[in-house]
Design a protein around this ligand. Structure first.
Ligand SMILES: [Zn+2]
Length: 509
């Protein structure tokens, strides 16, 4: 059995998903969970792209230990110096530098000839090497590059000191058999590759990212770049949970192992989905809501008789909590603490007190509080920003023959503020009333509603994306048994985040 390193780029490529924007604290939360999950490398960001990104990378480098922290940089001195600035305090820092090698990128994007590309690559690796021994070099758009030229670049990068060589399928164009062959040829044609780890980075434009990565592993790749839930540019990246579970489940034909603690997969998936505001499709392999549910009677009967009749993996293995009824109105603080611990939430005494108050309020509305309810409640808790405004009450009058009108009361530092407004519907009316009170009017980019659990007293979860005048997008989330209340809470959560951001950056509203 050979080890395959897992390089997670959720915080870099994943964060480049359209509509996703994470603040530094959210990135740190994800990085901590990735460390718990057992990834080998966390690519924390692309520091040259913005001061905010650089700051987030530094924070992760300082706070998260026991894992390699990488920063991305183009093959230019300023990029590399900025990347180093950001990760220099990491326990194990890695600079990841890249330049394109395909003719199409050379001609239209870089406007450079092949010899210049080699010079730049060598100079970049040598400069990075001055800062850290751990240097990764990527040949962007490698899968569409001329093989002989690509091999020359790879050889030069290894000789300059690169310890990992990454071969990306940047545009998701490769086909598994062809890509496997491509990897094998690179290893054959570049003997110095015995000094470096070969890595792949596959995109999912044709839905082949995981298949291509597996083909590469079979042909000698020993690092895979991937993201949680497969998020990333366009159709996304190779999904971490899929590649890891494929290796785990099919050891018989894939004699490789990773350092991933599979029981942490589900929790990581939930955290990333919640913080990015990108829902996981129900039929998504491994972590989708339906991944382990059996609908057909024949299947259900089979699974009840013997699980392995229709299940190739135990859901427990990826950390999916069993959906059994747990707590109710009469459950005490101790029972809640124990259950939350089982779900992976270690709380301080103070946090437990807060969680208990919320739990009691929830148990008053719902007869049975399930694991999913608790997770929804805790996710609201962990994504907390200071509550500049909190919801005191709202009244709605609506119907098919009257104009929906909302009266909303908010609390700000103990002071009660009230306004009324009309709108196209009850949610719109509530949002307009909140705008009047806060003096903010962000654009509502997205509104979605989901039932967290089933049944009449199910918890509804509303997720909104709000955009301010600077183009900054935040995700707000609210949970309640009442969808209008969940809508109001989600909107306020977004507004509080925007205000928190202004405070952090000293920007004016
Ligand atoms: Zn990518």
């Amino acid at each position: 059995m050979e080890r395959v390193r897992i390089f997670d780029t959720t915080l870099r490529d994943g964060e480049q998903s359209p509509g996703v924007s994470l603040n530094a604290m959210e990135k740190l939360q994800i990085a901590r969970q990735l460390q718990k999950l057992g990834v080998d490398v966390i690519e924390a960001g692309f520091p040259i792209t913005s001061p905010g990104d650089k700051e987030a990378v530094s924070l992760i480098a300082r706070e998260v230990k026991g894992v390699v922290v990488a920063a991305l940089a183009r093959a230019s001195a300023l990029d590399i110096e900025t990347a180093w600035e950001a990760i220099k305090e990491a326990e194990s820092p890695r600079i990841h530098t890249f330049i394109a090698t395909s003719d199409i990128h050379l001609k239209y994007k870089l406007k450079m000839d092949r010899e210049t590309v080699i010079e730049r690559a060598v100079a970049a690796v040598k400069l990075a090497k001055k800062f850290t021994a751990d240097v990764e070099f990527s040949a962007e758009d490698a899968s569409r590059s001329d093989l002989d030229f690509l091999c020359r670049v790879v050889e030069a990068a290894v000789k300059a000191g690169a310890t990992t060589i990454n071969i990306p399928d940047t545009v998701g164009y490769a086909e598994p058999e062809e890509f496997g062959e491509f990897i094998r040829k690179i290893l054959e044609k570049v003997p110095v590759m015995d000094r470096a780890v070969l890595s792949v980075h596959c995109h999912d434009d044709l839905g082949l990212a995981v298949a291509n990565s597996l083909a590469a592993i079979k042909n000698g790749a020993r690092q895979v770049e991937c993201t949680i839930n497969g998020i990333g540019e366009r159709a996304g990246n190779c999904s971490l949970e899929e590649i890891v579970m494929a290796l785990y489940t099919r050891k018989d034909v894939l004699p490789f192992y990773t350092g991933i603690k599979t029981e942490e997969i589900y929790r990581t998936s939930k955290l990333v989905s919640n913080l990015t505001g990108m829902p996981v499709q129900p039929n998504k392999a491994i972590v989708g809501k339906n991944a382990f549910s059996h609908e057909s009677g024949i299947h259900q009967d089979g699974v009840l008789k013997e699980r392995t009749t229709y299940e190739i993996m135990n859901p427990r293995l990826v950390g999916i909590p069993e959906s059994r009824l747990v707590l109710g109105k009469h459950s005490g603080r101790h029972a809640l603490k124990e259950r939350l611990l089982e779900l992976g939430y270690e709380l301080t005494e103070e946090q437990l007190n807060e969680a208990f108050v919320k739990f009691k309020a929830l148990a008053d509305k719902k007869k049975e509080v399930t694991d999913q309810d608790l997770e929804a409640m805790m996710e609201e808790e962990i994504r907390k920003v200071p509550e500049t405004y909190s919801l005191e009450y709202f009244h709605i009058s609506t119907g098919s023959t009257i104009i929906p009108t909302a009266t909303v009361g908010l609390l700000k530092e103990g002071e009660k503020l009230e306004e009324a407004a009309t709108g196209d519907g009850p949610v719109d009316a509530i949002y307009k009333a909140i705008n009047k009170i806060t003096g903010l009017a962000p654009v509502l980019e997205q509104y979605s509603i989901n039932a967290v659990t089933s049944g009449e007293d199910a918890l509804g979860e509303v997720v909104v994306k709000l955009k301010n005048g600077f183009g900054k997008i935040v995700t707000g989330r609210g949970v309640s048994t009442d969808i209008l209340e969940a809508s109001a809470k989600a909107y306020l959560n977004g507004i509080n985040k925007l205000l928190f951001d202004y405070q952090m950056k000293g920007e004016k509203q």
